[in-house]
Design a binder for this molecule. Structure first.
Ligand SMILES: [Zn+2]
Length: 267
């Protein structure tokens, strides 16, 4: 009986507190708002920057910033044209290159991006960086961390929203947030679901194309990433992502649409 009531409550909550992911159209659970999550995200990003060596004045550092800004403008343009600008309300885009051997990159809620120098040899050039940038930014646009946080709160019976949860159990709520943005374990290890990863690929492909980067490079990038992982130690970036064949198939399925956006970009 108890279980039935919980199932009913969760179902009711889902029907009531739902958001729609742009481009994919998927409905997702969302019981926390950006207004609540973004301050937590900005604090956490600040902590990471404090603990890291940031390469601001190197050619690579500037390259990451340049590609990041171009992708962010493409995203804003897409959202504006589709009357979805609310999605990035309160965003404070920022792009930083961190010196680290880790093959990794991520984007926290609100557009706070970090690239690790370890991923640049696989990116090779601006277009390779744009593949990763598009994918990571897509996680933020699709509100994947907020979705995971909502799921974590529901799973822990915190159904009253973030303010109430913070009052009820602040340390558990903080832990759920850190896990949702990938800082529950090792720093920078994002733990999105496989479906969220494929969705980030789907959105990221379109975003890079709107920004004028050739989307046909995306599957080629993932081939390189795959080759890298056949070494002794798979890169962290791959350990939390879906199998390379599945993601390359999906990218190729969506290439026609991406190429339309690429051609319209006029680059
Ligand atoms: Zn991802």
């Amino acid at each position: 009986m108890y279980k039935k009531i919980i199932a009913f409550l969760v179902f009711g909550l889902f029907a009531y507190s739902c958001a729609t992911v742009p481009l994919s159209g998927r409905r997702q659970l969302s019981i926390v708002s950006n207004a609540e999550v973004l301050p937590l995200s900005y604090d956490q990003y600040g902590e990471v920057l404090k603990e890291s060596k940031i390469l601001t004045d190197t050619p690579e550092g500037r390259q990451v910033v340049t590609v990041g800004r171009r992708i962010a403008s493409a995203v804003e343009k897409y959202l504006e044209e589709n009357d979805l600008s609310d999605i990035t309300k309160g965003f404070a885009w920022e792009f930083n290159l961190i010196e680290s051997e880790q093959v990794n990159a991520w984007c926290m809620p609100g557009g706070k991006v970090a690239f690790y120098t370890g991923i640049l040899p696989i990116c090779q050039d601006d277009t390779g960086i744009a593949v990763v940038m598009g994918h990571e930014v897509a996680h933020a646009i699709a509100n994947h961390a907020r979705e995971r946080m909502s799921q974590g709160m529901v799973a822990n019976g915190l159904l009253g929203g973030l303010q109430a949860a913070m009052g009820e159990n602040p340390s558990l709520t903080q832990t759920i947030f850190l896990q949702a943005v990938g800082f529950g374990g090792q720093v920078g290890m994002l733990k999105f679901s496989r479906d969220q990863e494929l969705e980030a690929d789907q959105l990221g492909l379109i975003f890079m194309a709107i920004a004028g980067y050739d989307p046909r490079e995306a599957p080629i990038f993932w081939e390189r990433m795959n080759a890298q992982s056949s070494g002794q130690r798979p890169p962290e970036f791959l350990s939390t992502h879906p199998g390379p064949e599945r993601r390359i198939d999906q990218l190729n399925e969506q290439m026609g649409k991406a190429l339309e956006y690429y051609e319209a970009s006029g680059r």
